[in-house]
Design a binder for this molecule. Structure first.
Ligand code: NIG
Ligand code: FE
Length: 416
């Protein structure tokens, strides 16, 4: 078969090994790294990836050949935890934070997530769409080709639906692919103050069936945290979501250890998020239950906390982990997944191979898309990030600078 396009002369091509399940434990340190290689593309899919000069059998007069001498290619990066769609922004809380006011205290005073809820309720569909599209553009220039996006700044049906519809339309129209998560249980809205469990019932009986009926989300998530939702409330909601056919995620052990990890293990969640405060017992439970740990080190950075999720210990205990931005207006205002990858090295002491596996193949499993993305296996989508870097170490070592110079999405050059 002839290729439509051949990208050649890469100094390195990072090829994650898709084992059919997320890479766990020491598998996270394994990958194939092709030196001086090429990638052949046919109909937007990977046709061949190999060392040396392109095979003549792949080339005819219509094959476009592009030279990437000295560059690094990896599968398009996957950001598997974001709060993409929201109104307003929260830089007005920054001084408060710098003066030591805690994130959960700002929330308890009606700020934080609740101030974004107010702004998101007021924003029109078009305002939210344009703002989110602009944020996606910024993610794309950093090499990100697939993004998980949560609702959760509506906390009422009208606005949750508006957010989910924005995600749906962006998925149809933007180069970046989106995976939708319903997170109506992101905070307790002012109108339910002191009545968290009634709010959970409202979500179960009113919102979840509508999300399902309109097919607006694949996953359901909840913020299981001190002062927000208890482990018991989280289990109730996620069990109901599971019964309706949603896949599960849970924000757990972010600020306090209150049992979210047990809920994730018990219900077989696809992933548990944050895990900064996870215990050794919690690591064991997630490892045994094969729950992926989605780690968000830039949230620790942005909250100016000292504790990063114990990524190495998780890997040593056989867990699968990913690294992801948590992009949101409060606890992590960024669009740069490369910075998160660098924190994975600098603050969590992960190796470059572990980091690239975390944001490619494991992130693909975390969004349940590993059949089509996350590695360079033949037939997967030709989503490719090309770095102005000679090897996989360089973009992690040379920090806080966008080193992505080209991005292909399904074989099309979308950033150059
Ligand atoms: O994952 N922790 C809860 N939700 C987000 C923060 C959202 C916000 O602050 O607006 C998070 O950190
Ligand atoms: Fe989050």
């Amino acid at each position: 078969m002839k290729a439509d396009k051949i990208l050649k002369n890469f100094s390195q091509i990072f090829c994650p090994i898709d084992q059919g399940i997320p890479l766990r434990g020491e598998q996270m340190s394994e990958a194939v790294i092709i030196e001086d290689g090429y990638i052949a593309i046919k109909d937007g899919k990977i046709l061949a990836v190999a060392k040396g000069d392109p095979d003549e059998a792949l080339i005819d007069e219509e094959t476009e050949i592009i030279d990437y001498t000295g560059k690094l290619a990896t599968p398009g990066l996957i950001d598997c935890h974001t709060h993409l769609v929201y109104g307003g922004s929260r830089e007005h809380e920054f001084s408060q934070k710098l003066n030591g006011v805690a994130y959960l205290d700002i929330l308890a005073q009606g700020g934080g997530i609740l101030s974004t809820v107010e702004a998101t309720r007021k924003a029109s569909f078009k305002e939210l769409y344009d703002k989110s599209a602009a944020l996606l553009d910024k993610m794309l220039i950093h090499g990100v080709t697939t993004v998980e996006a949560k609702s959760g700044y509506g906390l009422n049906w009208e606005t949750e639906e508006k957010q989910l519809q924005v995600v749906k339309k962006l998925n149809e129209e933007h180069a970046v692919d989106l995976v939708s998560t319903f997170m109506g249980a992101h905070a307790i809205p002012a109108e339910y103050k002191g009545r968290a469990s009634e709010f959970i019932d409202f979500i179960i009986h009113d919102m979840l069936p509508k999300v399902k009926a309109e097919n607006l989300a694949e996953f359901c998530d909840i913020f299981c945290e001190k002062g927000v939702f208890t482990a018991q409330e989280s289990e109730k909601l996620l069990q109901a979501a599971k019964d309706m056919g949603f896949k599960l995620r849970i924000h757990a052990d972010e600020i306090a250890t209150i049992g979210g990890v047990d809920v994730a293990a018990k219900l077989g969640a696809v992933s548990a998020e944050h895990l900064m405060m996870i215990t050794d017992e919690g690591i064991k439970k997630l490892s045994e239950a094969h729950v992926i740990g989605n780690l968000l080190p830039a949230t620790t950075f942005s909250l100016m906390e000292d504790t990063y999720a114990p990524a190495k210990k998780m890997i040593d205990h056989g867990m699968a982990i990913t690294l992801t931005t948590d992009s949101n207006p409060g606890s992590c205002p960024t669009a740069n997944l490369q910075f998160i990858m660098q924190l994975g090295c600098f603050m969590q002491k992960l190796t470059p191979i572990q980091v690239f596996n975390a944001v490619t193949i494991n992130a693909a499993y975390s969004v349940c898309r590993a059949d089509t993305i996350g590695s360079f296996d033949k037939g997967k989508n030709a989503d490719i990030a090309i770095f102005d870097a000679p090897n996989i170490d360089f973009p992690l070592y040379f920090f806080a600078t966008n080193l992505v110079e080209a991005v292909y999405k399904a074989g099309n050059l979308v950033i150059s």
